[in-house]
Design a protein around this ligand. Structure first.
Ligand SMILES: [Zn+2]
Ligand SMILES: [Zn+2]
Length: 373
């Protein structure tokens, strides 16, 4: 190898393959050969100019790889799950770097490290920073000493391991709805409860898969894509409602009829549409929980009736990313699930076709594009 090829996004709508020189690694860093990377909806949002980032950058944050070179201090400075690393190990790395441990959030709420504003994030960090290789749409990535790395267990494919990231988003959202210490007596997500999942793109699908794995009961899903609804059955959905065919009042009737006329115990909003949030609030049963994980972008506002929040005695819970260690239960589930999880990879691409991969992401025939650089 004399050069490293990476796909650099220069501005919205423009992504080009470019040669980068092979970096000397610092003593605390790792040079990782990228094995596989999934294309995320946020990569598409970036490409279409709906995300506030510093250009240019190399996208790609749902990834797995092989340790190519490791600095002699990396095992001391990095946070690592699974024991010390050596060259040749299969790994994944969380997009967010370690939190700074000094800011207000790190001092006061260290169990929510994703709130630290001083982290850098692979796939979103500008490639102006030296040595540039901070995204996985690339043959190699440079992992600085403050990275959070997980060794992949035997039996987990490098392709499937790329799902650690979106699955962590899904699992963190679900964990917000657990009621630790309270036995399953009508509180939160648990065995046999009835859930409504609004929107079954990749995150919604992985929410469905996790709920199914946890033993919840009825999983009602709503979406505007027939293909996605049909697919969600594979991951454990029990009732499908196509919102392009069933109007708001009719779907409310249908959902009430499936839930003893009270509404779902838990509603998880994964669509990222403001109207879905207010509809979810209208549907969730009294004493239930409404979890919001769809709005990573900000598409605007919606009217809600605060009386419903009060009268329903409802818990509304936001979920932003995840603590990095969420990757560990994600790996466990990916390793052990009996669900046909790899079927989510509907398209495979090479780095040369990355633009095409970004363009089809989010369309109804595409669930997840996987790229092998
Ligand atoms: Zn993502
Ligand atoms: Zn901090």
């Amino acid at each position: 190898m004399s050069k490293i090829v990476a796909a650099e996004m220069l501005k919205p709508g423009e992504i080009v393959l470019k040669d980068f020189s092979i970096p000397q690694i610092e003593d605390d860093a790792i040079l990782m050969k990228v094995a596989a990377v999934g294309i995320c909806g946020s990569d598409k949002h970036m490409f279409t100019g709906k995300m506030n980032v510093t250009w240019p950058l190399i996208p790609g944050h749902e990834l797995s790889g092989i340790v190519e070179k490791i600095g002699k201090n990396a095992n001391n400075t990095m946070k690592i799950v699974g024991g010390n690393l050596k060259e040749g190990d299969a790994i994944t790395v969380t997009p967010g770097s370690q939190s700074c441990s000094k800011c207000w959030y790190c001092v006061h709420v260290p169990h929510r490290p994703q709130l630290c504003p001083n982290r850098t994030v692979f796939g979103f960090r500008t490639s102006k920073d030296f040595p540039h290789l901070f995204g996985a749409f690339s043959e190699y990535m440079y992992l600085p000493g403050n990275s959070f790395v997980l060794k992949l267990p035997e039996g987990l494919s490098l392709q499937r391991a790329t799902l650690c990231e979106p699955l962590s988003v899904a699992q963190r959202a679900i964990s917000r709805g657990l009621s630790p210490g309270i036995p399953n007596a009508g509180e939160g997500i648990g065995i046999g409860v009835r859930c409504l999942v609004m929107g079954v793109g990749p995150i919604g699908l992985l929410v469905v898969a996790t709920l199914r794995s946890m033993g919840v009961g009825e999983i009602i899903v709503v979406d505007a894509s027939k293909e996605r609804l049909d697919f969600s059955k594979k991951f454990g959905a029990t009732q499908l409602i196509d919102i392009s065919e069933v109007g708001v009042e009719d779907r409310k009737d249908k959902i009430l009829s499936l839930t003893d006329n009270v509404g779902p115990d838990v509603v998880i909003e994964c669509a990222g549409a403001p109207s879905a949030f207010s509809e979810g609030l209208d549907l969730v049963r009294r004493g239930g929980k409404l979890i919001e994980v769809g709005h990573y972008g900000d598409p605007g506002s919606v009217d809600i009736r605060p009386h419903q929040v009060c009268n329903k005695d409802v818990d509304i819970l936001g979920s932003w990313a995840y603590p990095q260690v969420q990757f560990e239960p994600a790996i466990e589930m990916l390793l052990r699930t009996d669900l046909p999880i790899d079927d989510i990879f509907t398209h495979k691409m090479s780095l040369e076709n990355i633009q095409q991969g970004i363009e089809i992401t989010g369309t109804s025939e595409c669930l997840k594009v996987i790229v092998s650089p």
